[in-house]
Structures are given as structure tokens and as C-alpha cells.
Design a protein around this ligand. Structure first.
Ligand SMILES: [Zn+2]
Length: 325
């Protein structure tokens, strides 16, 4: 039960299958095809993953559904010893990108998160995301939702979705808009495309964090640049292995990136989809690289430094990290 921080967690991607099945049954939506015989999410490749993800998300149709989802996800996080998490929220899935609808979803999510925190659970903050394969115009609507609701809970803006669609620079307007609103910036890069995508993200979007970024390892000059600039990678080893990027943890570059001075952190991305949890990630890294409690605590501090929350929150989380150490 090492205290943990998680920076890369898609809220819908963390939805327990039982919750999704229950909502589908209440709404008479047949999504039985997305589950295997054990009731787990079923897909074979990244395109299939995105399709299952969107089918599962389609049953989440109201602010109340998202409040329920938030509570379920935070209960799971609490079980993993998480003291602080940032979750990706997409206005496209919460009201179709409409600002007024988004405000209703946000209020429900924020209230659920505040209740969990008041009961001693993890503190949660939101990073609004645009969906890359929905295109730049819809991304602008997501960015405007982010800018309009930036504050204590909404602390960042990012981009998820299919990295092979378009270019990072196509979304520069949205990231500029979010930056002007004072939001922290991150984007998925260096997962399905190589090192150039990471360079583009840094240059064209001005992000300080990269979602995944693991394929930087294919360009050691870029690895040095990431280390020198203090760019933080939100690394999700189990996700990379489940989607076939690497055969197993021993072949995963997280340890080499860390050894070369890159700021790495550990997250689960979409845990029930990849049959993982943060505790399982820690156990796997311990087994593969002999990482010990000191190493995990060091990475916890890296994550806290890179978190998009305010300094008061950081001070509070630091106390939790140190008091439970
Ligand atoms: Zn992700």
C-alpha cells in the first residue's frame, strides 16, 4: 500500500464493466458483444479497443451516470492506495461538446469527487480532452469548454484518441486557447507514432507532459532533450503491453528512460480494458526491474511535481505521501 499518484486515467476507460452492463440494461441498449464470456471488455487491437471504448461510453448518458462512474472509479483508486489522481474528461462524451450541457456534467462529477475526498478518498482533478480522430473543429469546442470551466477542479487540457489521425499542429488553436486559460497541457504522443510525434507535440502544442511518450526511446537525442527540459512522461506499461506495443515489461522502455534521466510516472490509462490496476503495475515493475519502495516513492514525487493542481493541493498531497511513507 505505497501511496500512489496517477496522472493518466480516462474516466470512461476506468468504468467497471458491471457498471456499464447495468446502465446498458436499464436503457435497453444491447452492447453484449463488447464483453467476453467472463464479462470483461473484449477486443483484439487498437481499432477494436476504440470501438469497444466508444460502445461502452455510449451508455453513459447523463450527469447522474457520470457521478456514479466517478464514485466507482474513485472507490477502485482508493483500493489501490491512490492519494491523488487526474482524470481525462471529454466534453464530446459529456453533452456532445455543448458548454451548457458540459457544465451540468462537470457539476455532477465534481460533487461526486468532493464527496469521495471528504470521506478520505483520493483527491481528483480533471484534464479536459479533445478526441484527435473527431478532428480539429470539435477539438475547439472541447477547448472552449475547458477554458470556460478552468479552475480548482479543471486544471488541464489534453488530447486523446487515435494518434495516427492528422498532426499535432492541427490542434494548436485548441491548446493555445487552453494555455491562455491557465491550464496545464498534455497530449498523447509517441505511442502509435514514433519520436517525431513527440517532437511535434513539444514544438507545436507546447505541452509539459506527454501521454505515453515511450517511443522516445527510439531516438536517444530526443531522450536527452526530454531529460534536459524536464518533460514528464505519463507512462502506462500495462496498456502498452495489452495493445501489443511491447511483448512484456522486460522489453518496455520505462526503466531505460528513467535511467537516462527522463521524468517518468506510472499510470493505468484504462485499467479494466487492460485487465490491470495501479497495484498490479507496481508489482510488475518490481518483478521486472527490481524497483523497490524508494524508487516508487521517488516516482510519486515526480508525479506530484508534474501534477496540474494548485500549490495548496500539492502541499496537502505531499503530507499524505510523507506521512504514509
Ligand atoms: Zn490514454
Amino acid at each position: 500500500m505505497i501511496p500512489k499518484l496517477e496522472l493518466h486515467l480516462h474516466l470512461e476507460g476506468a468504468a467497471p464493466p458491471a457498471l456499464i452492463r447495468d446502465l446498458a440494461a436499464r436503457r435497453h441498449i444491447d452492447i453484449s458483444g463488447i464483453f467476453d464470456e467472463r464479462g470483461r471488455y473484449k477486443f483484439t487491437d487498437f481499432a477494436g479497443f476504440l470501438a469497444v471504448y466508444e460502445a461502452a461510453t455510449s451508455v453513459l448518458q447523463s450527469p447522474e451516470d457520470y457521478a456514479r462512474l466517478t464514485r466507482a472509479v474513485l472507490e477502485d483508486s482508493a483500493d489501490q492506495g491512490v492519494v491523488y489522481a487526474e482524470t481525462f474528461l471529454s466534453p464530446d462524451f459529456c453533452g456532445g461538446g455543448d458548454l451548457s450541457a458540459w457544465r451540468d456534467y462537470l457539476a455532477a462529477i465534481e460533487e461526486a469527487a468532493a464527496q469521495c475526498a471528504a470521506q478520505g478518498g483520493p483527491e481528483l482533478r480533471g484534464i479536459l480532452t479533445c478526441v484527435r480522430h473527431f478532428g480539429p473543429e470539435r477539438a475547439k469546442r472541447a477547448a472552449l469548454c475547458a477554458a470556460e470551466t478552468a479552475g480548482r477542479f479543471v486544471t488541464g487540457f489534453g488530447m486523446g484518441g487515435d494518434e495516427t489521425v492528422g498532426a499535432q499542429k492541427d490542434y494548436a488553436w485548441s491548446f493555445d486557447c487552453a494555455r491562455e486559460a491557465g491550464l496545464g497541457l498534455t497530449t498523447h504522443a509517441g505511442e502509435w507514432r514514433g519520436p517525431q510525434e513527440i517532437r511535434d507535440a513539444l514544438q507545436d502544442l507546447g505541452v509539459t507532459r506527454i501521454g505515453h511518450g515511450v517511443r522516445a526511446i527510439e531516438d536517444l537525442a530526443l531522450v536527452d532533450e526530454l531529460a534536459e527540459r524536464g518533460i514528464t512522461l505519463e507512462v502506462c506499461p500495462g496498456s502498452n503491453i495489452a495493445l501489443g506495443l511491447y511483448p512484456d515489461l522486460r522489453h518496455h522502455p520505462i526503466s531505460e528512460l528513467d535511467r537516462r534521466g527522463v521524468k517518468v510516472t506510472i499510470s493505468t490509462d484504462d485499467p479494466p480494458f487492460f485487465h490491470t490496476s495501479l497495484t498490479r503495475e507496481y508489482e510488475g515493475l518490481h518483478a521486472a526491474f527490481d524497483w523497490d519502495e524508494g524508487q516508487f516513492m521517488r516516482l510519486g514525487h515526480t508525479a506530484l511535481d508534474a501534477a496540474f493542481c494548485d500549490t495548496d493541493t500539492k502541499a496537502r498531497i505531499l503530507k499524505k505521501l510523507e506521512s504514509t511513507a
